[in-house]
Design a protein around this ligand. Structure first.
Ligand code: C2E
Ligand code: CA
Ligand code: CA
Length: 720
């Protein structure tokens, strides 16, 4: 997406189209003047000398400016081409001055002034100018390696040439061919000399155009125009009849214009381009060429100001590439960068010229759509999803990436950049939560959730330290032996102000912030300590089950941490059961087999939680050397009145038994459910029917009562 650069650079210097117009106009005028003004050319122009002096001094001034600007360039950027042009034009300005000063009618300049002397200076100036532009414009210059040395070399060479030519013009001009005859006018020597200059100029322009494949940059266009106008000017000097006629004046005028263009070209190169490059660094993203955060936020702020006046809407999109880290990790950063560039291009192609696409950093992009309502933004977002998720090929790798997009609308969702940005980000986050590769519009409820998450995150950071976390234990009853066999440890957070925050609310926050790691370690240690106490107190339960989050398992050294805690507490590992949800266990991206099986070989048990809600493949399931499948509550809930769920539960139990797994049904609330489960062959049950999750002390009471009781589970006195 480099069009941004071009449009902007063009705006800061003379537009190429205007240049072409000016050159064509000058050429047309020259054609017309050739025939219409030819008749009066023989007449002397009143005060010609004064006019000539003005034009020559202006020309000399401009060439000196070219020289000064270029000469001083050496210390910031060693550009050989500019240094060469600068030194050459110093020579040109000296010769032009020599020409003006030795013009007939001027006070004596060293020796007697005459046409021959003055024209010798003139021709020298023309040839130095034309030849140096030919060399400057067509040679491939490499940067000066020793700019300070090189520029003095140029200067000394120029001074020598200057001295020789000056000596020739002042003292030896009569040895040269006659340039002008008072009675017959221009000599053919002079005319051919001028033709030579024209030919060199045409050659320069031609080569430059050809090298630029007919689409010169702005700077090149200026340079070429300067050369063309210079050639056009020379043509006048082959036509004039009187040295002080109209053609002579017009030729000088064209020369001044040509020099001015050249000066602009040098200024663009020396001053404006580096300045633009600086502006690029400040405003544009180096990788994609898109606007960066600073430029984007400024532009949004400007547009808001305008929209406020006109009551116009605007859409702000926040786009994040889904799982970009995977691309970087698997393909490497170089290809990752290519992917970002491609995404930038596709984004730019799916918006209008008046919209703005920016890269905020990493894999985050933003788009501003001025004057766009929610309805139109939806269409744009749909197109973006389609465009970005189309496969592309980089280095023979077919790559498919998808984005998640959040959209905020000015002024419904915010009246300043910061708010719109935050809200678009919140909406993007929701799009991620809703399964990625989609877009979401911001709404207030999202904001409330986001605020609450932020608050929970903040409070959760100190929850362990402030002893706000506790564990509750829920009994697990073995239907085969009618005994209490285990407990599931469930985390509770009691906050002095927020009250009891349910795990369904704070666990996702802990997971997304990584806080689940220290919290999980705390849960593991606390539950293991509790189990050890129970073992020592002679409680008959076999295991305590602990819930594990995927994030914990992904921690390097996760297994070692757990085993260290166990050996520190001197607790036999068979007393512990890890609960991993089915979706985590079956996640093909992160293979937990090795980790889990290594813990299994150390004796820690493993059960697959919420079974039936994920997408297990039997082959994967077999690879997990697990003990139990925990049938999800949602199937247990409808057991008595829904044949389908009954069939599912039966299928799970039968399959588990074939594979040698125990089945645990959770969320058992009624006796009917219990009886159906028993009839289906379920091994263990857990649920409110027997007990809610309770404190350790309450659990001990439950266990003691259980131990004393000799009744069947179906007739358990706990069942109310
Ligand atoms: P889960 O592992 O599926 O835990 C079972 C949930 O069902 C618990 O909710 C439990 O209180 C509830 N429950 C038990 N019996 C019944 C019943 O008969 N009826 C109904 N309606 N619900 C019943 P809880 O304690 O709110 O925990 C929710 C989830 O939070 C857990 O689901 C688990 O995924 C997560 N969680 C809890 N503690 C921890 C922990 O220490 N670490 C991690 N990573 N996750 C935890
Ligand atoms: Ca569980
Ligand atoms: Ca569960």
């Amino acid at each position: 997406m480099f069009t941004l650069h071009h449009t902007r650079t063009a705006a800061t210097s003379i537009n190429t189209r205007i240049l072409i117009g000016v050159v064509l106009l000058l050429a047309a005028f020259e054609c017309v003047s050739r025939f219409s003004l030819g008749i009066i050319d023989a007449n002397s122009i009143p005060s010609y000398i004064a006019l000539h002096n003005v034009l020559e001094f202006v020309a000399a001034l401009v060439s000196s400016m070219i020289c000064i600007v270029g000469w001083n360039r050496h210390n910031n950027h060693a550009n050989a081409r500019i240094m060469f042009v600068a030194v050459s034009f110093m020579l040109v300005s000296v010769f032009d001055l020599g020409h003006a000063l030795s013009f007939r009618g001027m006070p004596e300049f060293v020796t007697t002034n005459d046409d021959q002397k003055s024209i010798t200076f003139w021709i020298a100036a023309r040839y130095v100018a034309a030849l140096s532009l030919l060399v400057a414009g067509t040679v491939n210059w490499s940067p000066l390696t020793k700019p300070a040395v090189n520029r003095w070399t140029y200067l000394i060479t120029a001074a020598l040439i200057g001295a020789v030519v000056t000596w020739l013009a002042i003292w030896e001009h009569d040895a040269l061919p006659l340039w002008y005859d008072r009675t017959t006018g221009l000599t053919s020597a002079k005319i051919w000399c001028e033709y030579g200059v024209i030919a060199i100029s045409a050659l320069t322009a031609g080569i430059m155009l050809w090298k630029s494949k007919l689409s010169p940059t702005n700077k090149e266009a200026l340079f070429i125009s300067a050369v063309v106008v210079m050639g056009l000017g020379e043509l006048y000097f082959t036509w004039y009849t009187g040295l002080d006629g109209v053609f002579n004046v017009l030729g000088h005028l064209y020369k001044v214009i040509a020099y001015w263009m050249l000066f602009r070209a040098i200024v663009v190169d020396v001053i404006e381009t580096p300045f633009d490059e600086l502006a690029d660094v400040v405003n544009y993203d180096a990788l994609t060429g898109l606007a960066n955060r600073t430029y984007f936020s400024n532009r949004v702020a400007e547009t808001i100001e305008r929209s406020a006046a006109t009551n116009a809407k605007m859409a702000i999109m926040f786009l994040d590439v889904d799982n970009f880290k995977n691309i970087n990790d698997s393909l490497g950063h170089v290809l990752g960068d290519q992917v970002l560039i491609e995404i930038g291009n596709r984004l730019s192609n799916s918006v209008r010229q008046t919209d703005l696409v920016a890269r905020m950093g990493g894999d985050e992009f933003m788009v501003m759509l001025p004057g766009v309502t929610a309805k139109a933004a939806e269409t744009v977002a749909t197109n973006m999803l389609a465009s970005i998720s189309a496969p592309f090929c980089i280095d023979n790798n077919e790559i498919i990436v998808t984005p998640s997009i959040g959209i905020a609308i000015y002024d419904n969702d915010g009246r300043d950049f910061a708010t719109l940005y935050r809200h678009a980000d919140t909406a993007m986050y929701r799009a991620k939560q809703d399964g990625r590769n989609t877009f979401r519009f911001f709404n207030q409820a999202m904001q409330d959730t986001a605020m609450r998450s932020l608050q929970l995150e903040h409070e959760l950071r100190t929850a362990i330290q402030h002893e706000q976390l506790t564990l509750q234990y829920q009994p697990q009853i073995d239907l085969r032996t009618n005994t209490l066999v285990g407990a599931e440890a469930l985390l509770r957070w009691n906050h002095p102000v927020l009250g009891n925050v349910p795990p369904s609310e704070f666990i996702p926050v802990a997971e997304s912030t990584g806080l689940i790691v220290p919290i999980g370690d705390w849960v593991f240690r606390t539950a293991a300590q509790q189990m050890k106490q129970w073992v020592e107190a002679g409680l008959t339960i076999k295991t305590v089950a602990i819930n594990f989050s995927a994030i914990q398992l992904r921690q390097p050294g996760a297994a070692k941490t757990l085993l260290d805690i166990l050996s520190e507490l001197e607790l036999a590992s068979h007393h512990l059961e890890m609960e991993i949800t089915e979706s985590v266990a079956m996640d093909s991206k992160f293979q937990y087999f090795e980790l889990l099986n290594s813990l299994r070989t150390r004796g820690i048990k493993l059960s697959i939680d919420d079974f039936g809600t994920g997408y297990s493949s039997l082959s994967q399931l077999r690879m997990f050397n697990c003990n139990a499948l925990k049938i999800d509550q949602q199937f247990v809930r409808n057991l008595t009145n829904d044949n389908k769920d009954t069939a599912i539960v039966k299928a799970i139990i039968d399959m588990a038994h074939v594979m040698g797994f125990v089945t645990i049904a959770e969320g058992v609330e009624t006796l009917d459910q219990l009886q159906v489960l028993r009839s289906l062959g379920c091994d263990i049950v857990q649920g409110y029917l027997y007990s809610r999750p309770v404190s350790a002390t309450q659990f001990e009471e439950f266990a003691t009562a259980c131990k004393k009781c000799s009744k069947q589970c179906d007739e358990c006195p706990m069942i109310k």
